[in-house]
Design a protein around this ligand. Structure first.
Ligand code: NAG
Ligand code: NAG
Length: 328
């Protein structure tokens, strides 16, 4: 299965004509972070006795006979630095790369003895990436959650990822290279998460992680909280802390269900309403009862008053009278 003779000749002619000519790049694909500096390492050879007339980098187009010199392009001239010598090292540095710089770049040169310009194909393909935090929108308290700092290509330089919550660096719980594992999430873990690479100024946009939890405290406020004259209306308001906010409230008087809704109103209060009231708030993650509130109706001197009493003691009851506050 030897190749036909003319093809062998062609190959030999090509080898002879290109003998001693060449450009080699240490990376043909580079994935770089936005705003970083990229070094494109490159060396070139040509037959001895030749002198370099012009050597430059270009981004093509490939079929262009006279592709423009990148260092004369206003988009690049300020950011491009030729690090090599003009003999055999054609390394350059491109600083503050943007996604617009994602291109294939070629090194091109000619010598005094050859009118032909030599282009080093296939060149260096640069891809510039940003970072994005991938996180679930919400997580339930107690569950584990994994956040990923995503780039559109695999970064060429080995990099250490840094994580931030509400712009504060997080020191622990890094998992894998570009992942952050939050184990048994607490409500304090809610916040804006962003990531960056160590030694780089660019920071990703942030993703908000919501931590969902059932009500932990449920309170009843009584309005007005004292000096209610018999016949007045009294309003009991239930509130609680949960995410998402509880929308489901139930009221109990002495253990018996008496109504639902955040507000429980008693118009024309009378001794029939005397008793202990509680509310229960609920979201999809759980529910919680409030402490009991005692509505004590007193008839001396023809006054109706309502006190707030916490199950644990009478301390709050006293406070209501001293401060004339209705908050439990
Ligand atoms: C080319 O020049 C760069 C910058 O001076 C240097 O870091 C690199 O080692 C050189 N490459 C070779 C092959 O000499
Ligand atoms: C880009 O990098 C420079 C330093 O190299 C820094 O001063 C600047 O803030 C960075 N810009 C962005 C948008 O990160």
């Amino acid at each position: 299965m030897a190749p036909p003779l003319p093809l062998i000749f062609l190959l030999i002619i090509h080898w002879v004509s290109s003998a001693g000519w060449g450009v080699s790049y240490s990376h043909s694909d580079i994935c770089a972070l936005k705003n970083s500096s990229v070094i494109m390492s490159c060396t070139y050879t040509y037959p001895t006795g030749h002198q370099i007339m012009k050597a430059f980098w270009t981004k093509g187009p490939k079929q262009d006979v006279n592709p423009p010199d990148l260092s004369e392009d206003p988009e690049y001239s300020q950011r491009l630095q030729y690090l090599g010598d003009k003999q055999q090292n054609c390394t350059i540095r491109l600083s503050h790369v943007t996604q617009k710089d994602s291109h294939t770049y070629y090194f091109r040169f000619n010598t005094n003895k050859c009118s032909k310009k030599w282009t080093g194909y296939p060149g260096v393909t640069l891809t510039v990436t940003d970072l994005q935090v991938e996180a679930p929108e919400r997580v339930t308290e107690g569950h584990n959650v994994r956040l990923t700092c995503k780039s559109s290509c695999t970064l060429t330089d080995r990099a250490t990822f840094i994580w931030y919550r509400n712009s504060q660096p997080l020191t622990e719980r890094r998992d894998g290279n570009n992942q952050l594992l939050l184990q048994s999430v607490r409500r304090e873990d809610a916040g804006r998460y962003s990531c960056a690479l160590h030694g780089h100024s660019y920071t990703s946009s942030s993703a908000y992680l919501r931590v969902m939890y059932p009500p932990q405290h449920t309170f009843v406020a009584v309005s007005p909280c004292y000096e209610i004259v018999e016949g007045d209306s009294v309003t009991l308001i239930c509130s609680s802390d949960s995410i998402p906010p509880a929308l489901n409230f139930s009221w109990y008087k002495g253990g018996t269900f008496v109504g639902s809704g955040r507000i429980y109103s008693i118009s024309k209060i009378s001794s029939d309403h005397r008793g202990e009231y509680k509310c229960k708030s609920r979201n999809k993650y759980g529910e919680k009862y409030s402490a009991a509130v005692t509505l004590n109706i007193m008839f001396v001197p023809l006054l109706v008053w309502a006190g707030v009493k916490k199950e644990e003691g009478t301390f709050l009851f006293a406070q209501v009278f001293q401060n004339k506050q209705c908050k439990p």
